[in-house]
Design a protein around this ligand. Structure first.
Ligand SMILES: Nc1ncnc2c1ncn2[C@@H]1O[C@H](COP(=O)(O)OP(=O)(O)OP(=O)(O)O)[C@@H](O)[C@H]1O
Ligand SMILES: [Mg+2]
Length: 749
């Protein structure tokens, strides 16, 4: 039966069975999207970059899928591999024509697989296909997609356990390092033992033959030591680099996933400092921890040999090393405390430096040099005095360690000599020399171990500091989740209450309004009334509000954050332009856009005229802080950047406030054009630039006073009228009624 069906339906082909007009690429994207949806992940085709006029390559698709938080791999399969697929999840077959089909089921018994056209409607069933027919359209390219098992690893809290897992992933290399270390320990112990033989036997028996043999042995041991040492260092390098790469990727990803308000609440300096603790922990784990561990291995090999030579002397050495460790441990705590203060003081010192360099314009223009210099001097003095304290205290353990050291090296020798004299034959001269050569290696591992115990405390503190940043709740638990609707641009707020974290007063208190798609909405109110807060909630920067915010009747919380922000355009008062050309700044790395798009956006933003006057036009280089642009030019570039992807919702928060009247007039003149076909939310202090808005929302102390067009507001809303009169008094004094100012309101003032 199935066989019959197969012959009736013929060979499947993504494009052949697809609705007319769908390109193979569209089929391919639909197949991947559907397969991803099976794992409850919505992929956004806007995130995929691919060259036009070519089938999307498997590697690009894999990257795209992984970006959505799934596991994906492009593989080449044969028919018999296909028959072994035993998962209910669809497998994507990339067809030769650039399209794709979904493998939904296999039937090894009848040598058939069932394929589905990704663009087919739900009522169209899968089609059975046999080997021959499939071979006509498919040459083996397959995409495997799975939910990410490691996803929990990504979200797992950052702590010692997590770090240990990262380190242990390198266990094979680490094992080799350990083997090399044991071998090295044996090799380093060997020469002293040989020396012992030389002195004991060769010299007393005058045997040249033995001497030659012994010399050769030592030579071979040295060569081995070189190689093993080289290999061990090399392996340590590799392990270190791998762990480093993993940490770096992880840390940066976590950082990017944090909500914006976290960065607003914490100083950049302290965030970077806390994060840099990660590297301290890494250094500890791959450095001290490992070295001490390896040293201990050496000790394990060494101690039996020493006991064999002379147990009395060994006990003395061990006791002295123990004493040394105690001295160091006693001082290490207070030293650390001072060192912590030094670090703190250095940080404050460098923040004076950074602040001064960044604010040099203000420092110069306000003649603040003496104050800054005094601050710097104070900080420098503080650091110097702390360093002095540190040095003073640090001198003690070194002084105390000197006699212990001397005892271990020379005292033990003297005691050994005494023992040799007191009971002849109990210890030979050669053995004594060998003992001296070896006993020097006992102290280091023991002292290292003692230090390690202290270090662990410090590392635990570092983990805490790093975790205070990295374990913050990310903006969205699963970046791939959430709806990705096509926005129209209708906005509604329903009784939205919001207070900033740590603030008792509500920034928004029962805000309710709604506007249809395509509205040009102005936001007006005194400074601090909550205008920017409304725009922030709209962008999903702050998510802890009460009430409902809906876009096109979809709850904001249900929408995929990245998708939402990509669909919106935002221009602020201060906009950051990246180092790069004008064109790159306007395109902002958006996939699939070209210079033509950049030119269109620039024209709409009124930026075209000055860009074309620039020496290299769109290829003009913009430096950090964009000093070669005026404020108005920078702002128009920012608007162009926001318009590049034709957003359905454009938010301008004081975008024109810092502009000179001419630039402002230029941008405002374009607003009507820009507003066409999209919803705009414009925050402005200058009411005159909002008179054209369809609706103006008047806010005071977080509550809505009124909403309506300018003409109505000026009549009925006292707050608005007061603001309007304030700004247009000059017109009044000239006995000119400002535009749109009804006679009724005129007499109020
Ligand atoms: N990041 C923040 N953390 C804490 N409180 C904030 C934060 N941003 C704003 N606020 C407070 O919330 C209230 C509303 O601020 P908002 O920025 O929305 O005012 P605004 O109307 O945009 O003012 P302006 O016209 O000066 O830009 C203010 O009282 C302000 O102190
Ligand atoms: Mg504001």
């Amino acid at each position: 039966m199935a066989q019959d069906q197969a012959s009736q339906t013929g060979a499947p082909s993504g494009s052949a069975t697809a609705p007319i007009g769908a390109s193979p690429t569209e089929v391919r994207l639909a197949a991947v999207t559907e397969a991803a949806r099976f794992h409850s992940t919505e992929l956004d085709p806007a995130e995929l970059r691919f060259p036009p006029d070519q089938p999307v390559a498997a590697a690009l698709l894999v990257e795209w899928i992984r970006g959505g938080g799934l596991w994906a791999r492009g593989v080449r399969l044969r028919w018999k591999n296909l028959l072994k697929v035993d998962s209910s999840a669809p497998v994507v077959l990339l067809l030769n024509d650039g399209g794709a089909a979904l493998l939904t089921q296999v039937d090894p018994a009848r040598n058939l697989v069932w394929l589905r056209d990704p663009l087919a409607t739900a009522d169209q069933p899968s089609v059975p296909v046999d080997e021959l027919r499939l071979a006509q359209v498919w040459s083996g390219e397959t995409l495997l997609i799975r939910g990410l098992r490691g996803a929990t690893e990504e979200l797992a809290p950052f702590n010692i356990g997590w770090l240990s897992r990262v380190v242990l992933m390198e266990k094979h290399t680490l094992r080799d390092v350990c083997i090399a270390s044991v071998a090295l320990s044996v090799l380093t112990i060997l020469p002293p033992l040989i020396v012992m033989q030389v002195v004991n036997r060769v010299i007393s028996h005058e045997s040249y033959a033995t001497l030659t043999m012994v010399s050769m042995l030592i030579g071979v041991a040295i060569i081995y030591e070189c190689f093993l040492g080289y290999a061990r260092r090399q392996m340590m390098l590799i392990v270190g680099a791998r762990i480093d790469a993993k940490l770096n990727l992880h840390v940066f990803r976590r950082l990017l996933g944090l909500p914006l308000d976290f960065f607003e609440r914490h100083q950049a300096g302290s965030i970077t400092y806390n994060i840099s603790q990660v590297y301290k922990i890494r250094d500890f784990m791959t450095g001290k921890l490992l070295t001490t561990f390896l040293d201990l291995i050496t000790l394990m090999v060494l101690l039996p040999v020493l006991f064999y030579i002379s147990s009395t002397l060994t006990w003395m050495v061990v006791a002295a090393a123990g004493l040394l460790s105690v001295v160091i441990v006693i001082f290490i705590g207070p030293l650390r405390k001072i060192y912590g203060k030094i670090v703190q003081a250095e940080m404050e010192k460098s923040s004076v430096l950074i602040e001064t360099v960044h604010g040099m314009r203000t420092v110069k223009s306000l003649a603040l040099e003496p104050q800054q210099k005094e601050m710097w001097d104070r900080r420098t003095a503080e650091v110097a005095s702390l360093r002095q304290q540190f040095g003073n205290l640090g001198n003690w353990p070194q002084t105390l360690a000197t006699p212990i050291d001397a005892f271990m090296s020379r005292g033990v020798l003297l005691i050994g000599a005494y023992i040799a004299l007191a009971s002849p034959g109990s210890i030979q001269v050669g053995s004594l020399i060998a003992f001296m050569m070896l006993s020097g290696r006992v102290a280091q591992p023991l002292v290292g171990l003692a230090r390690l115990l202290e270090d662990i405390e410090e590392v635990r503190a570092s983990v805490g500091q790093a975790a205070s940043v990295l374990n913050q709740k990310p903006e969205s638990a699963n970046p791939g989740a959430g709806l990705r609707p096509r926005f129209e641009g209708a906005i509604s707020f329903e009784d939205v209450q919001f207070a900033y974290p740590g603030s008792k007063t509500k920034a928004l208190n029962g805000v309710t309004f709604s506007i249809p798609a395509g509205t040009m909405l102005g936001l007006v109110g005194r400074s601090g009334s909550g205008k920017s807060t409304i725009t922030r909630l709209l962008q999903g920067i702050n998510r802890e509000y009460e009430g409902y915010i809906k876009i096109d009747n979809t709850d904001l919380r249900e929408i995929n954050l990245a998708h939402m922000r990509r669909s919106f355009g935002v221009v602020l008062q201060e906009n950051f332009l990246f180092r790069g050309t004008v064109r790159e700044n306007i395109l902002a790395g958006r996939p699939g856009l070209t210079l033509t798009d950049a030119v269109r956006a620039a024209r709409l933003a009124g930026a075209e005229e000055f860009i074309e006057r620039m020496p290299q036009g769109y290829e003009t280089w913009i430096e950090e802080g964009s000093p070669n642009l005026s404020g108005g030019q920078r702002q128009r570039l920012a608007i162009a950047r926001a318009l590049i992807h034709d957003p359905r919702l454009l938010i301008l928060d004081e975008a024109t406030s810092a502009l000179d009247p001419e630039s402002e007039a230029l941008v405002n003149a374009n607003l009507q054009r820009i507003a066409k076909g999209r919803t705009m939310v414009i925050v402005s202090h200058r009411l005159s630039s909002l008179t054209d808005c369809d609706q103006i929302l008047v806010i005071d102390k977080g509550a809505i006073m009124d909403i309506g067009p300018h003409r109505e507001l000026v009549e009925r809303c006292s707050v608005y009228r007061a603001l309007w009169l304030q700004q247009n008094r000059h017109l009044e004094s000239q006995n000119q009624r400002p535009a749109g100012m009804p006679a009724l309101a005129h007499g109020d003032d």
